[in-house]
Design a protein around this ligand. Structure first.
Ligand SMILES: Cc1cc2nc3c(=O)[nH]c(=O)nc-3n(C[C@H](O)[C@H](O)[C@H](O)COP(=O)(O)OP(=O)(O)OC[C@H]3O[C@@H](n4cnc5c(N)ncnc54)[C@H](O)[C@@H]3O)c2cc1C
Length: 385
């Protein structure tokens, strides 16, 4: 039942919108959740996400993590290989953390958030927005509608988007050998292949696949019968890294194969009087560093903390106050920009096939591998996007 007035209207139906609505409710704000039409039954989301320590801490506070953890896999080590002799290795042990990341099931995460929202106090489900007008009066409109946000367009906010010409091909895999919690990634120029250790369907020897390939290749891979896809994948692995291919063993499909177009994007403005952007509606990054949702959940964490602080120190300001929202933007724009620059820089570096660049990038990887403090710094940034 809808009973205003509301502090915040949250528009969107993904993990960022649901985490925000839950967080605001836990802080005592009145929330109108414009979750859009009930999603039509579609194909299951086969993605696994690598979530960092900050994202896990937020999900823990929202009481979603204890249930999700039982179905998630900790990453103990990470091995990244260039297209020559460059390589980088990270281990939780040498970085003094209990794990580098957790691998979670994307669909399961969304289901648990939706379930938690059913019991959250002070949250009313309201009709979707018409243009940029919330269906109920609210001081703040939080736009968490993902990369194709109509409300962002209706507000006239430019979304500076560059298509990578690649798609992220995802699937679940079963391997013939155990993964030992090791996440692996190969920069194969032009594609990037990643295997994220997971427990499902086979505990200890399953993976989430993320394979970034040019659109044509993605279409071909998706159209292949399973046996042909598996042959192409196992061959790519052997070509990239015969030693790792031996350790991983033979990979077979354990789900259907899906793909997502990949782009780099940033909104030209993130906030204004009475509105704010979060998650992919504000920024989109390549999944090579597994940071898109981590950034979105850090947006949620920061916005809620800025609103909490403003309510304590400046109680006369309402949730949509432009100066308060500007504090959120100041804290979040730089980390999002830094992550975009890092992932985009790596992609450009590995997209160029000229021999001197190939030698230089692999030498660069070897140099970083030897620099303990730099590796430590990189892990710190990844854990706290
Ligand atoms: C292959 C791949 C692998 C990835 N791996 C990782 C990873 O390992 N780690 C990581 O952190 N990130 C990863 N990401 C990124 C991650 O998927 C996104 O960053 C994240 O889903 C963004 O969440 P969001 O809630 O902002 O947007 P979305 O997930 O896009 O959700 C927004 C939702 O709102 C709905 N919506 C739109 N308009 C309206 C409206 N007007 N009213 C109501 N609802 C609306 C949309 O339909 C959508 O369902 C990956 C992405 C890809 C493509």
């Amino acid at each position: 039942m809808v009973s205003g007035p509301f502090d915040v209207c949250v528009s969107g139906s993904g993990a960022v919108a649901m985490s925000l609505a839950l967080s605001l409710s836990a802080e005592g704000w009145r929330v109108a959740w414009a979750r859009g039409a009930a999603p039509a039954p579609s194909r299951p989301d086969v993605r696994t996400y690598a979530l960092n320590a900050r994202a896990i801490a937020l999900l823990d506070r929202l009481r979603v993590w204890p249930s999700l953890k039982a179905f998630s896999t900790p990453v103990a080590d990470m091995a990244i290989k260039g297209d020559g002799d460059g390589h980088l290795t990270f281990s939780s042990w040498s970085q003094h953390v209990s794990e580098l990341a957790w691998i979670v099931d994307a669909a399961h995460l969304e289901r648990l958030l939706a379930e938690a929202l059913r019991y959250a106090p002070r949250v009313d489900i309201v009709a979707p927005l018409q243009g940029n007008t919330p269906p109920v009066p609210a001081h703040l409109l939080a736009i968490c509608e993902g990369k194709h946000s109509d409300t962002r367009s209706a507000l006239g906010i430019h979304f500076d988007r560059r298509d990578y010409g690649h798609a992220g091909v995802a699937a679940r895999l079963r391997a013939s050998h155990p993964h030992h919690g090791l996440a692996r990634q190969w920069f194969r120029s032009p594609d990037i292949l990643a295997l994220l250790p997971f427990h499902d369907p086979e505990p200890g020897s399953s993976y989430g696949l993320v394979w970034s390939v040019p659109h044509d290749r993605a279409r071909t891979l998706q159209a292949m019968p399973p046996a042909e896809f598996e042959a192409a994948l196992n061959q790519a692995l052997r070509e990239s890294d015969p030693v790792a291919a031996e350790q991983v063993g033979t990979l077979v499909l354990a789900s259907e194969v899906a793909s997502w177009p990949l782009a780099l994007a940033q909104a030209s403005r993130w906030s204004g009087p009475g509105w704010v952007l979060l998650g992919d509606a504000a920024h989109q990054v390549h999944p090579l560093a597994g940071q898109g949702l981590n950034l979105g959940l850090a947006d949620v964490d920061t916005l809620v903390s800025v609103l909490r602080q403003a309510r304590t120190t400046e109680p006369w300001r309402h949730a949509g106050d432009e100066r308060t929202l500007a504090r959120y933007v100041r804290q979040r724009q730089w980390p999002a920009m830094a992550m975009s620059t890092l992932t985009d820089g790596l992609l450009r570096l590995f997209a160029d096939d000229r021999a001197p660049l190939k030698v230089a990038r692999n030498a660069g990887m070897r140099a970083v591998e030897r620099l303990g403090p730099l590796k430590h710094w990189l892990v710190g940034r990844a854990l706290d996007a």
